[in-house]
Design a binder for this molecule. Structure first.
Ligand SMILES: NC(=O)c1ccc[n+]([C@@H]2O[C@H](COP(=O)([O-])OP(=O)(O)OC[C@H]3O[C@@H](n4cnc5c(N)ncnc54)[C@H](OP(=O)(O)O)[C@@H]3O)[C@@H](O)[C@H]2O)c1
Length: 282
């Protein structure tokens, strides 16, 4: 029986990867810092505490890897973790990266080369921006809920937003399938929308007016920092918006269809389902 470790297993993507694999009878161990009631296969795991690595990777042959968040240089922690995982028998890793991140000597961009150096079979998932950012706890969602306002530094740049369920389906196929396809795995939804256009769809689906305002990178950095994010990471996040303004996120790919055999979900369909779910919970 194959055992898959899902780091960030309680998060947006990891929880969906876990559900996808468990629905197919795979033994999945979820890992995160907080205990999960009702998940007997959850293990306490902290990227900041290498003492938690051994129990997490014990008997694991495949890993879905969500790197430490808010860490401007995660390579040290991830390198130590991969050494422990490979020593324990891990042969395949699906790394959650981002279409906004390119390979680099430091930062998130250092992770794809690091993982490829250490692990025999590697899939680097590079999703576009998540549709989930418009619901739940993301600052975009909080702005919509609290003020009917989305604030970015993206101008009129378009984004090929993706449903995290589609990312999870791709990850699940890659963790189960054999072999891993070659090449870059840029994952996108079926259409690219500016934040003005996305705000109009949110307004229509929710029946509440939502507006988008674009500010400067400096103003956005200060706003993110004011919410408690360290300055360096706030700057990294704000500069990603500047890239979007320049057209970096408008590309649409066929990767979801190619890997899963079905089309990715549209922003409208995602929002309709999320709104229905929210009403069900309420
Ligand atoms: N949002 C976007 O639009 C977007 C787009 C492209 C790529 N991405 C990438 O997606 C990744 C985030 O994935 P996500 O949205 O699925 O995550 P998420 O929903 O923010 O969840 C984070 C998960 O990681 C766990 N975690 C946080 N800190 C941890 C630590 N120190 N040690 C161990 N576990 C920890 C959390 O559980 P605990 O709190 O219990 O530890 C949780 O399970 C980032 O790498 C980002 O670059 C995001």
């Amino acid at each position: 029986m194959r055992t898959v470790l899902v780091t960030g297993g309680t998060g947006t993507t990891g929880s969906r990867v876990t559900a996808f694999l468990r629905a197919r009878g795979v033994d999945v161990r979820t890992a995160s810092r907080h205990p999960v009631a009702g998940d007997g296969r959850h293990v306490l795991f902290d990227w900041a505490d290498p003492g938690t690595f051994a129990a997490a990777v014990d008997g694991v042959d495949r890993v879905f890897l969500v790197a430490p968040l808010s860490d401007t240089d995660p390579a040290l922690a991830v390198g130590g973790f991969l050494d422990a995982a490979v020593a324990a028998g891990t042969r395949r890793v699906a790394l959650l990266s981002s279409s906004a991140v390119t390979d680099a000597p430091t930062g998130l961009g250092a992770l794809p080369p690091l993982v490829r150096d250490r692990v025999p079979e590697v899939a680097v998932l590079r999703p576009s921006w998540f549709m989930q950012n418009f619901v739940g706890s993301h600052p975009v969602a909080a702005g919509i809920r609290d003020r009917g306002q989305i604030t970015t530094a993206t101008g009129s740049g378009r984004v090929a937003f993706i449903d995290p369920g589609d990312i999870a389906a791709v990850a699940g196929h890659l963790l189960l399938g054999d072999p891993i396809p070659d090449g870059e795995l840029i994952l996108t939804g079926p259409q690219a929308l500016s934040y003005d256009e996305a705000a109009a769809v949110v307004s229509e689906i929710t029946g509440t007016a939502v507006h988008h305002t674009s500010i400067t990178v400096e103003e956005l950095t200060a706003a993110i920092e004011a919410s408690g994010v360290p300055h360096a990471y706030a700057r990294v996040l704000a500069e990603m918006d500047e890239e979007i303004a320049g057209g970096s996120a408008e590309r649409i790919t066929t990767t979801v269809q190619d890997v899963t055999g079905r089309a990715p979900r549209s922003f409208r369909d995602f929002l309709v389902d999320a709104t229905v779910d929210a009403h069900r919970v309420a």
